[in-house]
Design a protein around this ligand. Structure first.
Ligand code: CTP
Length: 410
């Protein structure tokens, strides 16, 4: 994905407490600033045992604050000033001890002091725990984390895996890229809060024999961007993905499939439990009528083999034909006469909304230009028709979808 500035204009206070994961915070600062944020680093004394303020200053471009007695503040009230300027305070890594301190509302050094003193209604607190698995699973820590959540803090992670101590389990801090994705999502409007969305993405692969098959150029990027944008908007998202090498957006449930039939089985029986179904997948229309058990050999053949094809089930049409279908959104990848073909598909598949795009111009690319078509009207997205990156488009589509859902239910 091209470089984005999703945090442009945001001012973030990043608090570091004592933990080996401080090394990840250095990378996190870089990602935050690359995403457009300004970052003020605040470190506890324990954090300074793991990484120096010099490193954090160089990466953030600002002097690091470590003490509430910092005489550089004209009014000597760093704990008040820092929270008033910030759009969010994020503590990463947050040690077990620091979480305990926050849960109790203690304030014996600058970072906990500013967390307590910040204006809670406009400066949220996000906490990324980082500790050994036994410390994380300890009832005292779990109790403290629950208290912190109940007090309005957002807990990010922790992740699971290898730990610095050599053990394996829950408690490691999320990776910097994951923290960034969670923070960006945190700032997105929750237009689909509590809604259940089902999305298909990518190509399907229809095997001919154990080593060959029929597929297409769909990269899955648009569907994955939509899944991310929907999750950012607060939806509960299940993404049924054909064979693509894309990371799963944070918070999205992913079901991997290969063939159109597998995609059908993963989607149709579950579709009614969702409020929205978005079919971005480029499903192969046909598959070989029979699958060769062994590789079809060239050796000894005078003429090239021919294959009989059989039609795949239409997943979108099947979902739209359910007795109580979710709100169905189709995609039409065309090479010409976009509006005409898109509208014909809308009618044929009996769906309320279809998104047209020019397949050859978008497959595999990071940007796209869409045509939003319903039974009465159509409009370009973006409005000027100029290709825009797929995540920006996906967020705009999610916004439009949220409005349409409201209108349907009004
Ligand atoms: N679709 C589907 N199942 C299929 C074929 C298509 O769910 N077996 C969905 C796609 O995910 C997309 C929409 O239907 O949302 C349009 O797909 P497309 O292949 O462009 O439409 P077809 O009906 O196959 O029309 P044609 O191939 O003639 O363009």
């Amino acid at each position: 994905m091209s470089e984005r500035s999703d945090l442009q204009g945001r001012h973030i206070v990043l608090g570091l407490t004592g933990g080996i994961a401080c090394y990840k915070s250095a990378e996190f600062v870089r990602l935050l600033t690359k995403a457009g944020a300004t970052v003020q680093v605040v470190m506890t004394e324990a954090a300074e045992a793991f990484i120096t303020p010099v490193t954090m200053q160089a990466l953030s471009g600002r002097s690091v604050v470590t003490s509430q007695w910092d005489a550089r503040e004209p009014n000597n009230m760093a704990h008040i000033n820092l929270g008033r300027e910030a759009d969010a305070v994020i503590v990463a890594p947050a040690s077990a001890d620091f979480i305990a301190k926050l849960a109790q509302g203690r304030a014996d050094e600058l970072l906990s002091l500013l967390c307590l003193a910040r204006p809670r209604e406009r400066c949220p607190l996000l906490v990324a725990p980082a500790m050994n698995r036994e410390m994380w699973s300890h009832p005292a820590t779990q109790r403290n984390v629950a208290t912190l959540s109940a007090d309005g803090a957002r807990i990010l992670g922790p992740g699971c895996g290898d730990q610095a101590c050599g053990e394996v389990g829950d408690g490691r801090m999320l990776e910097p890229a994951e923290l960034l994705e969670d923070l960006i999502a945190f700032f997105q409007p929750k237009l689909l809060a509590g809604r259940r969305l089902l999305i298909t993405a990518g190509p399907t692969f229809e095997p001919i024999d154990p080593v060959r098959g029929i597929t297409n150029h769909s990269s899955g990027k648009m569907g994955f961007a939509l899944a991310r944008a929907a999750a950012e908007a607060g939806a509960d998202v299940t993404l049924v993905a054909g064979p693509v090498h894309l990371p799963t957006p944070r918070g999205v449930k992913r079901v991997n499939v290969m063939t159109a039939s597998q995609m059908y089985d993963a989607v149709v029986p579950n579709a009614a439990a969702h409020e929205v179904f978005i079919a971005t997948a480029a499903v192969a229309d046909w598959r070989p009528a029979s699958l060769s058990e062994h590789k079809i050999k060239k050796e000894g053949k005078k003429v090239a083999p021919t294959f009989e094809l059989t039609e795949n089930p239409d997943i979108l049409a099947a979902v739209a034909a359910l007795p109580k279908p979710p709100y169905c959104v189709g995609f039409a990848a065309e090479s010409e006469n976009l509006l005409e073909h898109a509208r014909a598909k809308l009618i044929r598949k009996r769906i309320p909304l279809i998104i047209g795009n020019l397949g050859p111009a978008t497959f595999g690319r990071d940007d796209n230009a869409l045509l939003v078509v319903d039974a009465q009207a159509h409009h370009a997205l973006p409005a000027d028709g100029q290709p825009t990156d797929k995540l920006t488009l996906a967020r705009a589509l999610i916004q439009e979808l949220a409005q349409r859902l409201q209108a349907v239910q009004a």
